[in-house]
Design a protein around this ligand. Structure first.
Ligand code: ATP
Ligand code: ATP
Ligand code: MG
Ligand code: MG
Lengths: 260, 260
């Protein structure tokens, strides 16, 4: 059965979407069948794989409110072995709508369980791109996930949010999902020439030890250009430093999986 | 009476907090009495002016749920004429708590009206730092505001969210707060040597015209270092390109105010 990983950090703009899309593409390049669930109302992951808003009829919102099954909302991307459940505009009202629903934190977990029972979600990995908050959408992702992966920008303000994130993950593990743990931290957009970035990266490694991936993602303009072409950076420019970094991350991720 | 401006953009990491704190400091340097309301559960604005989490007893959460008045939660910062209502940890549960409360979108507007009536909010400008979402906290800011100011990172994915933000502002103006409009867009973290950034900036100016401030904020590492010293960049390094840009922005903001 698929391993479900929530790509999560309530701090905005730290590289959650970029990591979900490009780690998924790199895992697919390594032969792993990968699904990304775009749980962010902004729909950046769906745009990043080349699915314009007008082509998204069913999405994760329809699955959360019980109107359709996983298989119906799943779409292929240009990358073989890499599928996506897109985000639609309806999702921006979902946080308020979910509050009054039964099993409101479990809606995604229940839908995934139903998909597995119907033998629909036959993936090796499912990555969930979360919005920049710790509201009901992110709680649904954490309740459905086997593990959490936190992209972290090498900036002072981003460091501050990490302890808040860790506490939230521990709370979800205690009350909703006992198998959940913070499995990995990925340092993103790092420019090693900047003293502050070096200091933050060293600080994180000192605090969180082996959880922090050795692979770091450098700041690389090709990575930020790729979404405007609707492609993961591996398809846009395989030789750039961003692509090589995400391939390194995928290999390290798979090494850890064999050890788990 | 104070003009209330919501610093808003659901896209994460675009410079909302940095703009709220540094525009406030620059307005204070120009002699304007300025209050920042930290409406983000992350509390980055409170950190950015040097108020550690343990020093925040009362905050905006207590005001929203009606447990204290504005004056009780307002704190001085190191910058003369610049005060702040901090964010506390309780705020992260507020979005869900607010859903069931009466006048849930009006809680901030009502509290500000009460403060004005009691002659407590005697500021020239009140800037509200919003979280990266369009949930109930941001809706409270938009309902209480006279105008909205959107920081925009010169990145492709950030451009995508702008039309969604504009629609939300128009919806709030129609249903909750007729005086609200998108008054300004500030291009942030721009490196004019990067072709994509140039293209995005030109695109935004073509679409949104005179709303876009002429003053642009360059990417400048001193800006991202300042919060780790608990200071606005004007206090941390007055001569850096970031400080000069925020002073230009404040002057242009005040020029527009005289014209409004
Ligand atoms: N390694 C990188 N090099 C250069 N730019 C990057 C890199 N990673 C991400 N970016 C750019 O930085 C911005 C923020 O990244 P991204 O949107 O993935 O973050 P996020 O955490 O998903 O944001 P949000 O909190 O809004 O969901 C985007 O414009 C993206 O293209
Ligand atoms: N002009 C600049 N030059 C360099 N770094 C900057 C600049 N403006 C902001 N930053 C840094 O970029 C990061 C994002 O900025 P900031 O936290 O202000 O954005 P935000 O929109 O408030 O984020 P969130 O969506 O999480 O609330 C921070 O680490 C900040 O220090
Ligand atoms: Mg994202
Ligand atoms: Mg912020």
């Amino acid at each position: 059965a698929a391993r479900v990983i929530a790509i999560v950090n309530q701090k905005g703009g730290v590289g959650k979407t970029t990591t979900a899309v490009n780690l998924a593409a790199a895992l697919a390049a390594c032969g792993q069948r990968t699904l990304v669930i775009d749980l962010d109302p902004q729909g950046n992951a769906s745009t990043g794989v080349g699915i314009p808003a007008r082509a998204r009829t069913l999405g994760i919102y329809d699955i959360l409110i019980g109107e359709c099954a996983f298989a119906e909302a799943t779409m292929r991307t240009d990358t073989p072995l890499f599928d996506i459940v897109p985000s639609t505009m309806d999702l921006s009202g979902a946080e308020i709508e979910l509050v009054g629903m039964p099993r409101r934190e479990w809606r995604l977990a229940d839908a995934l369980a139903a998909a597995r029972a119907a033998d629909e979600a036959c993936y090796d990995y499912i990555l969930i791109d979360c919005p920049p908050s710790l509201g009901l959408l992110t709680l649904n992702a954490l309740t459905a996930a086997d593990g959490a992966l936190a992209p972290l920008q090498a900036e002072f303000l981003a460091l501050e949010g990490l302890s808040h994130l860790k506490r939230t993950i521990d709370m979800v593990a205690e009350r909703l999902n006992p198998r959940l743990k913070l499995e990995g931290i990925v340092i993103t957009m790092i420019d090693r020439r900047v003293r502050l970035a070096e200091a933050v990266a060293d600080d994180v490694r000192a605090h969180f030890g082996a959880i922090v991936y050795r692979a770091e993602i450098p700041r690389n303009v090709r990575v930020s250009e790729a979404p405007s072409h609707g492609k993961p950076v591996l398809l846009y420019d395989l030789n750039c430093s961003g692509s090589r970094a995400y391939l390194r991350l995928a290999r390290e991720f798979l090494q850890r999986e064999n050890l788990l």
